[in-house]
Write a protein that binds this ligand. Structure first.
Ligand SMILES: [Zn+2]
Length: 131
């Protein structure tokens, strides 16, 4: 099934698609949900029917998530260590759960972003042709 927007070769806005994907919305219509489970992309948009199973996010979302979380947690950890010199158990109690929470929060955002970008530039069958 293809959506009305997919019948033409009209340009797709990359930034709009990335914003919609990051908000867990269909990159085509911005209405339907992009995920059917925590990290499972739905096969077709429930609102416009756009095929979303073409995505190949693969390792990109975890890579971007590690990059983002690492750049948030490591400087904060170093600043706390240099400023307050807390015991090791304090570091473990703070940074372990914080890293886990940030990772689980940011991972679906980066995956939606990658899928939205792939849809916008017609990668992996999003343009109507096979790879
Ligand atoms: Zn849609």
């Amino acid at each position: 099934m293809t959506s009305i927007a997919d019948t033409a070769d009209e340009p797709r806005s990359v930034w709009r698609s990335i914003r919609r994907g990051a908000a867990f919305k269909c990159p085509s219509c911005g209405e339907g949900q992009i995920f059917r489970k925590y990290l499972k992309i739905t096969d077709n948009c429930s609102q416009c029917g756009e095929e979303l199973h073409h995505h190949r996010a693969d390792d990109a979302p975890p890579y971007f998530t590690i990059f983002i979380v690492g750049h948030m947690v490591v400087p904060a950890m170093l600043w706390i260590e240099m400023s307050y010199r807390p015991d090791v158990w304090v570091h473990a109690a703070i940074w372990g759960p914080l890293t886990l929470a940030l990772t689980l929060t940011i991972l679906p955002i980066t995956k939606g972003t990658v899928v939205g970008m792939q849809w916008a530039v017609r990668m992996h069958g999003f343009g109507g042709q096979e790879d």
